[in-house]
Write a protein of this length. Sequence first.
Length: 260
Amino acid sequence: MVTIEVAPGVRLESLTTGSGTPVTVFAHGLAGGIADTRPLGGAVAGSRVFFQFRGHGASTAPAGAWTYQDLADDLRGVADATGATRAVGVSLGAGALCRLLAAEPTRFDRIVLFLPAVLDEPRPAAARTRLGGLLRAIASADRDAVAAEVATEVPAELRGTSAARAFITLRTTALLGSGLGASLAGLPDQTAVDSAEPLKAVTAEALVIGCRGDTLHPAETAERVADLLPRATLHVYDEPHPLWRHRHDLRERISTFLNS
């Protein structure tokens, strides 16, 4: 692990695997981290740069709520420091990647947007309710309540497995630690970009991956992102939780696209 300083007081934990070019940077989802994105990049050629956004893991930043612009700055800083020409964004990371591309549409050659949650319109009411429930649980510091919210990220039939229990424990700890709850305060009402129009100028080849039946990651958001990006391919899984139910296919789909 190494630390990359992307701005005064903002030091992000990172890990590089593989070697040579191309260099691909991986941006994780809410309360996730390097351990969550590494499975997606295991078969990707070249150097793979995994990092943790501010407030996650050992990454540090000034106190206060952050915005998608802050996250885009994190992603840009890591990409610039490592010479990344490709990027993968997962959920929150996909929003940060969209924010960066709206400002710098030629920044990357290839991009993957996995489970984009929000673009330029407010989240649907159901998604805001889900996020609000999570934030209230975090604010209460009730570990059981937070764990119950996190458990919804795992298919019901898998929640009793050792892998699921470990995931729920780690994610719950992350949400209750490092003051992350305060940083998330404004998240339900935020959009990733102010306007989606600049995405029409993005030059990168793109793979957009969504799924149906996921309250926090509506398939309609993935479809709209793919429609806006001029060189996008869209794949939508017919059921939620693709990282749990379709991990092999997902990993192969991402690596085939990035390695071609």
